[in-house]
Design a protein around this ligand. Structure first.
Ligand SMILES: *Cc1c(COP(=O)(O)O)cnc(C)c1O
Length: 424
């Protein structure tokens, strides 16, 4: 698309946007009585208007049915999670049996590493991206220690080349191949939280398997943002959170993917709990753990129904919007428009004040642009906040801006660029 740097053009794009009505299904925070420009869905997605009703329904069910709510009512709690699976299967590119919702993200990363990080002999190393989200680094380091290894030798981090900020796929693949004999696990994020780079997960999975390693993905910044094909790519496992692009509330419930090729593998360790027990026998309360078939067998504890209700409020909107296919088309245009406007701001100032480190290639990024401010970065960020443009700040000089196709408009993006221009 040939973009234009004026409000008229932004208004026109909004008018032509088939998804524009979904914005009104979300509660947009206010700034001086007007809608703020909220570009922070990478950190916390906005609240669906319907969230209160979805929760209220379950409070009502609890009031009316009390403990019987597990088995009776319109949506018996025992099967409540199943209503989340069609939408998640679309967003993750997985069979419904390969997905379950449970716990929170870092907890799930640990539980999945219990199953899929199986160091043996000299094959004990984990390969991951340098600069992964800190929680993932801590999880990996502590898992490695738990198995008696030193993270300094057991964790291989793939770093960008000197003078570069994102990773080259060829470098990732080469490091996998070079370390093939020693790798137990290749663990990558789908999208790096800092740079916004969307990794070539298919290629990473293929290389990891060719090396004889397990391959897992943390999709916190990818789920609900970019198209994923976990099943076809053959990933062994994945996990994600629901409170970023999936708008399911602060600390919302997480989800996991386990590829069906592992369903019958009884050699996998798991930290079991009764909620992963065979559904048909769960309430016999018998000794000896027998897992439910599929990802559900990784559940540990009783379903948190209120968190699931919040998750469902948002996933139902994704379904009505036509799933990720429809959203992705708009997302590319919206983020492309922000990228274009930032380059116009630089032109008007006659210098590159704002340097985008996120890949320019649409297929290698999602909603987010990570913008390095070459001077007065913190002041610029504060100026944006004072003017109702909500992004987020990452040390030392990066502002992350993420227009989200479900609730952001082209005018939002235009307003953000006006503030970026005036901030200087
Ligand atoms: C957001 C995020 C987390 C946060 O984990 P929680 O357990 O939900 O606090 C972890 N890893 C990545 C990659 C993230 O982006």
């Amino acid at each position: 698309m040939i973009y234009q740097d004026n409000l008229q053009f932004a208004l026109q794009l909004d008018e032509q946007d088939a998804l524009r009505s979904f914005r009104s299904e979300f509660l947009i925070p206010k700034h001086n009585g007007e809608d703020a420009v909220y570009l922070c869905g990478n950190s916390l997605g906005l609240q669906p208007r319907s969230a209160k009703k979805y929760i209220q329904d379950q409070l009502n069910a609890w009031e009316t049915n009390a403990v019987e709510g597990w088995f009776t009512g319109d949506e018996p709690w025992l099967n409540y999670h199943k209503q989340l699976l069609p939408a998640l299967s679309n967003l993750l590119g997985a069979k419904q049996t390969e997905i379950t919702v449970m716990n929170s993200l870092t907890v799930n990363l640990h539980l999945l590493m219990v199953s899929f990080y199986k160091p043996t002999g000299k094959r004990y190393k984990i390969l991951m991206e340098a600069g992964a989200f800190p929680s993932d680094q801590y999880a990996v380091e502590s898992q490695v220690r738990f198995h008696g290894f030193d993270p300094n030798g057991a964790v291989i981090e793939v770093a960008p080349r000197a003078g570069e900020t994102t990773l080259r796929t060829e470098d990732i693949l080469k490091q996998i191949t070079d370390n093939a004999d020693e790798l137990a696990l290749v663990l990558f994020s789908g999208i790096n939280y800092y740079t916004g780079q969307f990794f070539d997960l298919e290629a990473i999975a293929r290389a990891g398997h060719a090396a004889g390693a397990m391959v897992g993905f943390d999709l916190a910044h990818a789920a609900g943002n970019v198209p994923l094909k976990l099943h076809d790519w053959g990933a062994d496992f994945a996990c994600w959170c629901s409170y970023k692009y999936m708008n399911s509330g602060p600390g919302g419930i997480s989800g996991i993917f386990v590829h069906e090729k592992h369903f019958t593998d009884t050699s996998l360790n798991r930290f079991a709990g009764w909620w992963g027990y065979r559904r048909d026998k769960q309430f016999l309360m018998a000794p000896g753990f027998e897992p439910e078939n599929g990802a559900e067998g990784w559940n540990v504890s009783t379903s948190p129904i209120i968190l699931m209700a919040l998750h469902r409020a948002s996933l139902d909107i994704f379904e009505r919007a036509g799933g990720l296919q429809a959203l992705r088309a708009k997302s590319e245009l919206l983020t492309g428009y922000l990228e274009y406007l930032i380059s116009e701001v630089n032109k008007k100032h006659g210098e590159e004040v704002y340097h985008i480190i996120t890949p320019a290639d649409n297929s290698r990024r999602g909603c987010q642009l990570s913008v390095v401010c070459k001077r007065k970065a913190k002041e610029i960020f504060n100026y944006l906040a004072q003017n109702g443009v909500i992004g987020d700040w990452r040390e030392p000089d990066v502002i992350r801006l993420s227009p989200v196709p479900l609730y952001n408009s082209y005018v939002d993006v235009y307003r953000a660029s006006e503030s970026l221009f005036r901030a200087i």
